[in-house]
Each structure stands twice: as C-alpha cells, then as structure tokens.
Design a protein around this ligand. Structure first.
Ligand SMILES: Nc1nc2c(c(=O)[nH]1)N[C@H]1C(S)=C(S)[C@@H](COP(=O)(O)OP(=O)(O)OC[C@H]3O[C@@H](n4cnc5c(N)ncnc54)[C@H](O)[C@@H]3O)O[C@H]1N2
Ligand code: MOO
Ligand SMILES: [Mg+2]
Length: 419
C-alpha cells in the first residue's frame, strides 16, 4: 500500500523551509564584478554628495545680494572676473558686482550663492546684465543635497543593480563585501531522458528540466554545477546525490519524488539520513515538491513534470537560495491584476497558473498562458507570470482580482508602446 502523504499549506511549507536556511557567508568582489550580487555590507556615504556647492548650469556665479531690485526696466550689470570649469577651483572670493563664468559641475567661489544661467544673462564686452533678482542659493546644487556623510544609503541584503554600482563608485568602493553565491548541484532523474542533441526514440523524451533549472538559477545570478541525469536506479542515483551533496552547498533534483515504482528520491533521503521537511504541498502544480536537509544542506526534490518543476523552483528554491545569500527580498515580486477569462474548475489546492500579465490600459490584466497541466512545457514558455488562485470549492470568474507573481523582470516589450 502506498503511503498517503499529508499536504502542508504553501505558507507553512515556506516557513519551515526558511527556518532551515543556513547563515549567509560573505566574500569580496571588485566593483566591476559586483553587478547582480547581494550586498553583505551597507553602502555608507563616506562624504557629502555633492562634496561642494556647485553650479548645476553653465552660467555665471554671483552674490545674490548684488542682484536685488533687478527688473526688466532696471537691469543690473556684473563684471566677469574669472572662469571656472568643472574640476577647477575658484581663484578668490567675489567683490561687489563681480561674477565668475562657471560651468556645470564646477565649485562656486566661497561667497557666491546663485548662478545666472547663460540664457538669463545679456552678455556684453566686459560682462553681462540680468533682468531679475536671484534668491540666495538659486540655481545652486548644494553640498550634501543628494547624500550626507555617514548616511546609510543601501542596507545590506539588497541587490547590487546599476544604480547601486554608481553609488559604490561615488564613495570609492573599489571592492565591496557581497554574499558568497551558493554552489548548486543540479541533476535530473529518469530512464526516459535523452540529452538535447539526441534524436527522439520510442518511449523517450529530451531532458528539458535540467536546462530550465540552470536558466532559473542563472536568472538569480547563481551558477549551477550539472551532474547530468541518471537512470531510475536507486544505487546509481544515491551515489550521484551523495557525491553532489559533498561537492556543493545545495542539490536540486528533478523527477522521482512521487509514489511510483521508480520514484527513488524518498528512498535516497532515507538512506542518506536526511530530514524531510515536507513531501507534499497543497499546491498545483508542484504538489510533490519535497525539501530535505542533510548536514545543513538543502536537497530540493522537484517534480519531473516540467510545469511542476518550474513552479516548485520559483516558489521554494528561489527564496531559500536568495535568503542563503542574505537577501532581504527573496520572494517573487507580487502584484494583483484583473482576470480576463473564466477559470471555473475548482481545486482544493492553491494553483500557480502560468499566465500572461499585461498592463495595457487602465488596469493590469492576467490570463492563463494556454495548456496548463502540470506536465505542460509550452505554457511555461508563453508565460511571464504566475497567477495565484487560492484553493477551495469555487472557480474564478472573468473580472475577479487575483494575485500575480512575476518571476522575471528582464523581459521587455515587443514594441514601444508610448505615443
Ligand atoms: N499515484 C500517484 N501518481 C502520481 C502522483 C500521486 O500523488 N499519486 N503525483 C502526480 C504528480 S502531481 C506529479 S507532478 C508527478 C510527479 O512525478 P515525479 O516527480 O515522481 O517525476 P517522474 O515520475 O520522474 O516524472 C514525471 C513526468 O515528468 C517527466 N519528466 C521527468 N523528468 C523530466 C525532465 N528532466 N525533463 C522533461 N520531462 C521530465 C517524466 O517523463 C514524466 O512524464 O507524479 C504524478 N503521479
Ligand atoms: O506535483 Mo503535481 O504537479 O501537483 O501536478
Ligand atoms: Mg514519478
């Protein structure tokens, strides 16, 4: 008799999983290699930004007090006594009625407090005249207006995206402490599997899960170490899993986790003495997703069915791996959208439907991405989102507001959509 597994709710399974995540480890990365990594230290302003009062326009630096009373019919003239380009320092303070020609980014003379844009100055041989008064600090980029020395600008645990790279460079971080990336061992199981270059043969299919998971890992910036695939043979599969566990920080397998005669992963966990956190989740697809822990390392037993495998990775492996790197935001980006089709078949389990999310008109919408069974591979390719339908006895009607998860943000639009 097959053992009946008790399903745990997705949230409960996630809590159990996240409670077992090992502490992150840090290493140093050169700034040029830091893009896409997770910060293991906060970015702290080592000086004010800008570090000095500077001109935000090409023009003339003046003392605002000298401009009082200027008007269309009462022009005030200034003598130009110097010239400062970006990177140069002002030679001296300004006297009454004096100005220096100044370029964008150049430091203001010590007692200057306003900048007249070139377009606002009526130039003559000696200098220029203005037609309006300037307030103190008008057209000045103030020291520290962007960031103050000592300020924590980005907390550790955040992703280093191009904006963070700019900030690191601003403060002279030639290198930065980042989370060490876990080494993830990847193997697929199944006697039916063929390599990608092999011709189709009776009863066989090509391994799509291996390359797919490697790509899902790559989307998180995590390289994978492929152990290829093994036939459904307990001893062989056990040896390979054990070797992978010794050589990596975490092992992902696909297939062989259900209750079939050739589903050997449960026996492998037992032989290893691994602690199984859960082996049935109240979700569809991916209900067979199993997570075990061996000597502090995770074993993700993802389903062999491609859609279930994909969803199991995104819902469980993704947040665990990101948290292993100290990420503050390990869960999938979440939003809500209007369902544009009826989805009437009720299901007791939470469904993660591969879906197309759009934000065309006034409201974001979502619709299933076609053939949506757990063995589907085509709908994964068509989807850019996972639509979440809570379990229960009811179906969902067109017009309902549903939760949407967005696994990838790198995908662009097919055309420029702005008039
Ligand atoms: N009696 C029961 N049968 C099944 C149950 C159950 O609860 N009771 N669960 C079903 C569900 S749900 C799923 S999902 C699958 C999970 O199966 P396994 O994880 O054990 O995976 P396999 O049996 O090895 O393969 C399932 C399916 O996926 C194909 N596959 C496997 N590996 C790959 C790969 N690398 N690339 C592409 N496709 C792959 C494989 O050929 C099978 O068709 O079990 C149900 N059964
Ligand atoms: O694990 Mo299965 O995918 O629920 O269909
Ligand atoms: Mg099976």
């Amino acid at each position: 008799m097959v053992q009946i597994r008790k399903p745990v709710a997705v949230k409960e399974a996630l809590e159990l999983l996240m409670a077992h995540v090992p502490a992150p480890r840090a290493e140093t990365a050169a700034l040029a290699d830091s893009y896409g990594r997770i910060l293991a230290e906060p970015v702290v302003a080592s000086h004010d930004v800008p570090p000095f009062h500077r001109a935000p326009y090409d023009g003339f630096a003046i003392r605002s007090e000298d401009s009082g009373g200027a008007g269309e019919h009462r022009r005030i003239s200034f003598r130009v006594v110097g010239h400062i380009g970006a990177g140069q320092m002002p030679a001296r303070e300004l006297g009454e009625g004096e100005a220096v020609r100044i370029m964008t980014g150049a430091p203001l003379p010590p007692n200057a407090d306003a900048v007249v844009m070139l377009e606002q100055a009526a130039e003559d041989g000696q200098g220029f005249a203005i037609r309006k008064p300037f307030r103190a600090w008008e057209n000045v980029s103030l020291r520290g207006e962007d960031a103050r020395a000592g300020e924590v600008l980005v907390e550790q645990g955040n992703l280093i995206h191009p904006g963070v790279v700019a900030l690191l460079a601003t403060f002279g971080y030639a290198s930065v402490r980042v989370a060490r990336k876990p080494v993830v061992g990847l193997m697929t199981t199944g006697t039916e599997l063929l390599r990608v270059h092999e011709p189709l043969a009776p009863g066989k299919i090509r391994d799509s899960n291996g390359p797919m998971i490697a790509a899902q890992l790559a989307r998180l910036g995590i390289p994978s170490r492929s152990y290829g695939f093994v036939r459904d043979d307990l001893d062989q599969a056990f040896e390979l899993v054990r070797r992978a566990l010794r050589e990596t920080d975490c092992v992902i397998t696909t297939g062989g986790v259900s209750v079939g005669d050739y589903d050997y992963l449960p026996a492998i966990y037992e032989r290893l003495g691994a602690k199984v956190l859960f082996n049935k989740v109240a979700m569809r697809p991916g209900s067979v997703t199993t997570v075990a822990v061996w000597e502090g390392k995770f074993l993700f037993g993802l389903s062999g069915n491609p859609s279930a495998c994909y969803v199991g990775f995104e819902i469980f492996a993704r947040p665990a791996l990101l948290r292993m790197m100290g990420s503050r935001k390990p869960y999938l980006p979440h939003t809500q959208a209007v369902l544009t089709e009826d989805f009437t078949k009720p299901n007791p389990f939470t469904r993660f439907v591969r879906a197309v999310y759009r934000h065309d008109g006034s409201r974001p919408t979502v619709a299933p991405a076609g053939f949506n069974k757990s063995n589907a591979v085509s709908s994964i390719a068509r989807s850019n989102a996972l639509m979440v339908l809570p379990g229960g006895s009811r179906g969902f009607r067109r017009g309902a507001i549903v939760d949407v998860l967005l696994p990838g943000t790198e995908e662009g639009e097919a055309e420029w959509r702005i008039p």
